[in-house]
Write a new protein. Sequence first.
Length: 174
Amino acid sequence: MNIPLSSYSSSGAGSAATAGLVLLFMLIYFAVVFAIVGVLYMGIFTKAGRPAWGAFVPVYNGIKLLEIAGRPWYWYLLFFIPFAGIYFGIVSLNDLAKSFGKDAGYTVGLVLLPVVFVPMLSYGSARYLGPAAGRQFVAYPPAYPQAYPPAYPQAYPQNYAQPPVQQPNGQQYR
């Protein structure tokens, strides 16, 4: 009986070589992306007084970025909660922007276009002001400062002593 031979090879040598090549290219791609991200965040680390090599260590850089923003280290674990992680990530980026004196518009840029805004924060003219989490920023001075005394002053201001009381026998009593 004449059985036709298949055009496909039964040996897995060709597919294993292809899989190995794809794996090598993926490894090179992720290494290059990780190095670029490390270089971008290196400026933030140096401005904040942290060692520059910390931007290249995988988990350490995330924890130190939270420290720079003024958030506790366990927020790094909160990033892994499926939908809440997005919220915690945006809040920490907002605190990072505020730590460098930037506003909410800059946070939008950090979220939507980090390739542009992270280098501006790292290597631009922004100065590190300190951790922003928990700090209140006053963007504008009060519009109408209290230049006039209150309309109804108290009978005796708090910094004045009470007047002496005259006793019936003519002596003063304090």
